[in-house]
Ligand binder design. Structure first.
Ligand code: HEC
Length: 506
């Protein structure tokens, strides 16, 4: 071969290698198009067969989606090739029900060491903990140099949590109240709080309370945290049987739990908080929807969604678009996508180019009817598109409250997430209402349970792990309608309850 040919051959090889690395994006089939007012979006499945992806982050150096799975794996989805790579497995994660590897935040500055912050539950002897760790994040290869920044009490539920890093290089950690009523209002406890740390885990000098991580308090179990490009911090949070919330976080504010649920609107709540200044949510939902991850959308790519919060929901199985006011202080509109189509949705992230990635959570502890599918769990992508593919979906606006006389609608709104549409419950977690002695039994005892809830009882020699919240916030007519609905459905044949006054039971 002449030297010239060798040279050409060599260049071809280099060009070939180069095009493999930088190559154009692999296109996947579009599942649906979403028609907004003017724009069309396409929905694609970017990764399948995952196991409860919990948090999604954008890795700008690798152009990839970095994600945690609840069992302890950290994986990376390459945006162009769609390949999923296992980066590392966190050794001491304790996974059970809602516990495990949860929120994370990727800090990736120019020309400095990148860090990955992780929040996860661990167990030592019989004690459960929530941990905040920092790892060195290497663009290639595994995580290294783990540093435990904080360890706080955990529990079998309510461990939060999410992490976010602000442009001024502060780490915000949203912690759960560890199902302990005294923590959230105690400013010396780190549970039920927004905590603020320096990148190395030390306490920032300008924190609102000197020598304390505590930035804001009065939280139950936050599941979403995002920092807007306008510099506003938002959370999403699970209420008990009522009042799921979106909060706008300000230093030193008290968000009320467990004294107040949602806004301070009942006489009991007003009496409890008296002179305390309680910061109320900017949005709340009853019946609850189980809000999870949130991400601020500030891109021009989808003009209809610019300046909104994207919210994934578990119980409601939807992606919601919450339109913000110009100053970001109010939610002025709400639209619902994919309800009951993709199952439970856990986390969402927006990319600098305006693409949106979000994931399902159908292999978690509380799968809904028809899920998981063979391909679950899935990471989906929403992207602006110039053509429409059938079937075309439209965003919906939220429905009004179910009517007091519609037993099925009330049951779906308040009971299905635990006892399921068919009344069969979930093995060892939620008891069946089908053929239940209590449901078919004495009226007062049954109404008492629906009004005030129960926990820790043994039913037909099974001890259930879940907690039954009380529904005393419903009207008498609603309580009677739901109770009658469960007495004559799922194969139950009990007599109808006629009396409409529950005063003596309230
Ligand atoms: C967050 C989950 C959850 C929701 C929502 C929920 N329940 Fe329950 N329910 C439970 C759990 C857990 C138990 C068992 C508690 C125990 O073992 O002490 C239970 C027990 C019951 C029982 C007693 C069953 C028996 O056989 O003894 C009845 C009746 C009941 N629920 C009705 C309802 C109705 C009606 C609704 C809706 C208005 C509802 N529940 C909503 C979790 C839930």
């Amino acid at each position: 071969m002449k030297p010239q040919n060798i040279y050409i051959g060599f260049t071809t090889i280099i060009l070939f290698l180069f095009s493999c690395r930088q190559g154009s994006e692999k296109e996947l089939p579009v599942m649906n198009s979403i028609q907004l007012e003017n724009s069309i979006l396409s929905l694609t499945k970017e990764a399948t067969n995952l196991n409860v992806p919990w948090d999604l982050q954008y890795d700008r150096i690798n152009d990839a989606i970095l994600f945690s799975e609840i069992g302890g794996a950290i994986r990376r989805l390459d945006i162009k090739s769609k390949q999923v790579l296992l980066i590392d497995s966190i050794p001491d994660v304790y996974q059970q029900r809602t516990l495990g590897l949860l929120g994370m935040a990727l800090y990736q500055p120019e020309n400095e060491q990148a860090y990955l912050y992780l929040s996860y539950t661990s167990k030592k002897d019989s004690s459960i903990f929530s941990n905040l760790y920092r790892y060195n994040y290497n663009p290639t290869g595994r995580l290294s140099n783990p540093v435990q920044l904080l360890q706080i009490p955990g529990n079998t539920g309510h461990n939060g949590s999410r992490i976010v890093i602000s442009p001024d290089k502060k780490v915000y950690w949203a912690t759960g109240d560890a199902a302990t009523d005294t923590y959230a209002q105690d400013s010396t406890s780190l549970n039920g709080k927004i905590l603020r740390l320096n990148l190395d885990g030390s306490i920032p000098k300008d924190n609102p309370i000197a020598n304390s991580y505590v930035y804001a308090w009065g939280f139950r179990n936050m599941q979403g945290l995002t920092y807007s490009t306008e510099g506003i911090l938002y959370t999403s949070e699970h209420g008990d049987a009522i009042e799921d919330e979106i909060n706008l976080i300000l230093p030193l504010k008290n968000y009320g739990w467990p004294l107040v649920e949602g806004t301070v609107d009942t006489d009991e709540e007003k009496a409890k908080v008296k002179s305390l200044a309680i910061e109320e949510p900017i949005k709340s939902w009853t019946p609850v929807i189980a809000p999870a991850g949130i991400a601020y959308y500030g891109s021009d790519a989808i003009p209809e969604w610019k300046n909104s919060l994207l919210l994934t929901t578990l119980k409601n199985q939807s992606l919601r678009v919450l339109t913000l006011s110009d100053d970001g202080r109010d939610i002025i509109g709400e639209q619902i996508l994919f309800q009951n189509i993709l199952g439970r949705l856990r986390s969402v992230v927006t990319l600098p180019n305006g693409d949106i990635y979000f994931c399902s959570s159908n292999r978690d502890w509380n799968p809904q009817k028809g899920f998981p599918t063979q391909e679950d769990d899935v990471i989906y992508r929403l992207r602006i598109s110039d053509k429409a593919y059938a079937p075309i979906l439209h965003a919906q606006i939220p429905q009004t409250q179910p009517e007091a006389k519609d037993g099925q609608a009330l049951y779906e709104a308040y009971c299905t997430s635990c006892h399921k549409s068919d009344g069969e419950g979930l093995t060892n977690t939620f008891p069946p209402l089908a053929n239940s002695k209590t449901v078919n039994g004495e009226e007062k005892a049954l109404l008492q349970i629906v009004l005030h809830g129960m926990q820790g009882k043994t039913i037909e020699s099974i001890k259930y792990e879940g907690v039954m919240p009380g529904f005393s916030f419903l009207t008498d007519a609603e309580i009677i309608t739901i109770t009658n609905y469960i007495r004559i459905n799922f194969g139950n044949h009990a007599s109808e309850i006629k009396s409409t006054s529950l005063k003596s039971l309230r």
